[in-house]
Design a protein around this ligand. Structure first.
Ligand SMILES: [Zn+2]
Length: 276
């Protein structure tokens, strides 16, 4: 769940460039599809912006196979599109567009190429993502409003992830949830169904659970040489830097923020825990 910058088709080769790099007889058949694919591409952008369902157009099996072939059998123009999608300009952190936990090593079709073969190589339909999320996404067709679109979901620019620490049996445990605010309320259904699909909140908790013991070890050292305000400010600074590097909806800044909030509560600093 990250904000990706779409690579628009002005910056990369067009569908027509890909078709022209194919061999006959496929090339001749695909040339007949160029006009309709281009008009569908405009419609698709409008539907992404409106976050609304785009109708499915039935095509013959041959046309479908030809359109999908543009993705499955790479050509030089398509490789240029792929490189642009993986580039720091599009994906500054290099992490999965759906979970922002693992490295993006695969490309997912936001609109599945089985149902929407005309968008098989359209850059704004291609989401860099991790293998886990890609395989989870494949198991069903897309229901609009159920999966976060890292290029277009309007919620992507708001902060919607929070972490809190709870103390049980003298052990601090992180947990993640979605923020309920005026900015996020209309999108909570989308965020929860996205989480159901990709287990993002659990992935965040697992990652934070690995880092937290290290942080608690550091805080026990700060116990002897810093006051509460200094340590809280230190974690607020780390939160800010991490938001800059990884985005506001990443597990790491949310964890730093939760540590700052926890330590600022009366009686929580100096911190004394059996954290191992
Ligand atoms: Zn992922």
């Amino acid at each position: 769940m990250i904000e990706l910058n779409p690579v628009t088709y002005n910056e990369v080769p067009t569908f027509s460039d890909i078709v022209n790099s194919k061999y006959n007889p496929r090339k001749t058949r695909l040339l007949e599809e160029v006009a309709s694919v281009e008009s569908r591409t405009d419609l698709q952008r409008i539907s992404f912006l409106a976050e609304s369902q785009l109708s499915i157009v039935q095509v013959s099996d041959t046309v479908k196979e030809d359109l999908q072939h543009c993705f499955t059998v790479h050509t030089q123009p398509f490789l240029e599109i792929q490189n642009a999608i993986y580039s720091p300009k599009c994906n500054p952190t290099g992490q999965c567009g759906y979970c922002v936990v693992d490295t993006a090593k695969t490309i997912d079709h936001y609109l599945p190429k089985e149902e929407y073969p005309e968008f098989s190589v359209m850059s704004e339909n291609l989401v860099p993502c991790c293998g886990h999320c890609n395989s989870k996404k494949k198991t069903s067709s897309l229901v609009f409003g159920s999966i976060f679109n890292p290029y277009y979901s309007s919620i992507r620019i708001s902060q919607f992830i929070q972490c809190s620490l709870s103390l049980t049996d003298n052990i601090l445990t992180p947990s993640y949830s979605f923020i309920e605010s005026d900015d996020t309320r209309a999108h909570l259904g989308l965020l929860h169904s996205h989480d159901e699909k990709f287990s993002v909140l659990k992935k965040f908790k697992d990652k934070a659970g690995l880092l937290l013991p290290e942080e608690l070890g550091s805080i026990e050292i700060y116990n002897v040489c810093m006051n509460t305000d200094t340590v809280v400010n230190l974690y607020r600074q780390r939160e800010k830097i991490s938001i800059k590097n990884e985005g506001a909806n990443h597990w790491r800044p949310a964890l730093y923020g939760s540590i700052a909030s926890y330590l600022s509560l009366p009686g929580n600093f100096p911190l004394i825990l059996s954290h191992n």
